[in-house]
Design a protein around this ligand. Sequence first.
Ligand code: NDP
Length: 237
Amino acid sequence: MSEFTGKSVMVLGGSRGIGAAIVRHFVAAGAKVQFSYSGSPDAAAAVAAETGATAVKADSANRDELIAAVAAAGALDIMIINAGVAIMGDPLTLDPDAVDRLIDINVRAVYFAGVEAGRQMHDNGRIIIIGSVNGDRVPGPGFTAYAMSKSAVQGAARGLARDFGPRGITVNVVQPGPVDTDMNPAGGPMAPMMHGAMAIKRHAHADEVASMVLFLANPVAAMITGTTQTIDGGLGI
Ligand code: NDP
């Protein structure tokens, strides 16, 4: 038995990377977990088969599909809004459609998923948004759209923390620095630049981010709300 035994958890974007690690950690702690995916059905099926969690196809860029999936999840105890995309490059030449899609997934979906989760959520529930240290710090050129999106979710967390606080629901942002996933491989071309700016000069493991998420979801974290919790190896100090 753990504090998560039987708790109802939804992870948006659980097919790969940090989201898949969060699914694994909650399942291991005894929670009933469902997770969304969009573009990676095979990876989603593999995570579901491995963990016993339920995979739900829902594109975070599609507002109606997203809201329907969250509503169908019923009264959650814990909602993790992790699905996100990154595009980097010169804003003068970046594809505007790709920027729109990033804003849809990284910002608009966070708002609608957070609101919809809160609608039915049990008292003392948890909403945790995966932001980024780039919401606070931009270490070089090319980050504008992504950094803007990750700053925006800080405001969403503060607002929802006020809106749902009277029900004991906490809303926080976990802000990773470099994490070794498909989005940002530890062996990628940007890694030396990133490690150069860090006190601890390596990518984090997705399991390390998942551990912080489970701490915030734990009843002992009941008074932590509207905050940003950074886990970046010192990139932002
Ligand atoms: P990955 O690219 O490895 O995984 C992204 C996950 O999000 C996948 O499960 C993917 O599912 C899902 N996803 C993406 N778009 C959609 C969509 N439209 N609808 C539903 N699900 C979607 O990324 P990470 O695990 O690295 O990133 C997870 C979160 O962490 C993101 O919010 C990211 O911004 C943030 N982050 C990551 C850092 C890093 O260094 N890796 C650093 C700081 C923050 P599918 O493929 O099925 O669509």
